[in-house]
Ligand binder design. Structure first.
Ligand code: DGL
Length: 274
């Protein structure tokens, strides 16, 4: 992989994984990106392991067929529920978001106590808790299902979102977890409300964003620092990004711009046959 320009396939249930793509593009601008958002079948966060694994394996096969030589599972739910199945089904290296997020969180916690927020399915899988306990850290996981629709509604700085977040975080940091010193954003949508969460969380909290940690893990995997000479020669002003969605391309362009931080020119519709 080191002598070829990397073609990084990024997979998510919908728009949220664009927060991971944004970090990847910022950190590794000299790669090609193929982004797949399974908008016709989202949300994954309320679905069973069997269903999420089936969808995720189909999506990763699609990205491999398009030429991806490295896969990033940007969706926390898909990583938490189906990373093993995805890795077994893929012919290329796969990076999920849970291990990089847990690694960064564990190294940031002095008190060895961490709160993780995510979807119902991510929390029910205990993937983050297991990854943190393996690093000698005590963890509490808290499902925050209302935050995804609020973010998709665009209520980023909104009194309702603030109130909802406050209720969730008060519960998460109460009852024995007052001394937790790290909050892990274990869902693709939460980086958009990071300033709000920082305000609502206890004042001493460090927020760890799995999107950022994952981009760093991908960079480490690619050993791009410094990039190989052949690779540097291909340096372009802008990375090449192709975006695929399984539902309305118009809606993807509209909502996706909010997650990516700039307009998305082209979105290609794809229909994954059962
Ligand atoms: N992408 C999902 C995650 O990070 C959130 C949206 C969904 O439930 O599909 O867990």
């Amino acid at each position: 992989m080191s002598n070829r320009r990397p073609s990084i396939g990024v997979f998510d249930s919908g728009f949220g994984g664009l927060t991971v793509l944004k970090e990847l593009v910022a950190l590794i601008p000299d790669a090609d990106y193929l982004y797949f958002g399974d908008t016709a079948r989202l949300p994954y966060g309320s679905k069973s392991t069997e269903t999420v694994a089936k969808y995720a394996v189909e999506a990763t096969h699609f990205l491999e067929q398009q030429g991806a030589n490295l896969l990033v599972v940007a969706c926390n739910t898909a990583t938490a529920l189906a990373l093993d199945q995805i890795m077994r089904g893929a012919a290329v290296p796969v990076v999920g978001v849970v291990e990089p997020g847990a690694e960064r969180a564990a190294s940031s916690s002095k008190n060895r106590k961490i709160v993780v927020i995510g979807t119902e399915a991510t929390v029910a899988s205990h993937a983050y808790m297991k990854a943190l306990q393996a690093r000698g850290v005590q963890a509490r996981e808290k499902a925050c299902p209302l935050l995804v629709p609020l973010v998709e509604e665009g209520w980023i700085e909104h009194a309702v979102t603030e109130q909802v977040a406050r209720i969730y975080l008060d519960e998460a940091f109460g009852d024995g977890f007052q001394s937790a010193d790290v909050l892990v954003l274990g869902c693709t949508h939460y980086p958009l409300i990071k300033p709000l969460l920082q305000r609502v969380a206890p004042p001493h909290i460090t927020i760890v964003d799995s999107a950022e940690s994952t981009a760093q893990a991908v960079l480490a995997l690619l050993k791009l620092n410094p990039p190989p000479t052949s690779f540097a020669k291909e340096r372009r002003q802008l990375p090449r990004v192709r975006v695929f969605a399984t539902d309305s391309v118009e809606k993807f362009r509209r909502l996706g711009a909010r997650f990516l931080g700039h307009a998305i020119e082209d979105v290609e519709h794809v229909d994954l046959k059962e």
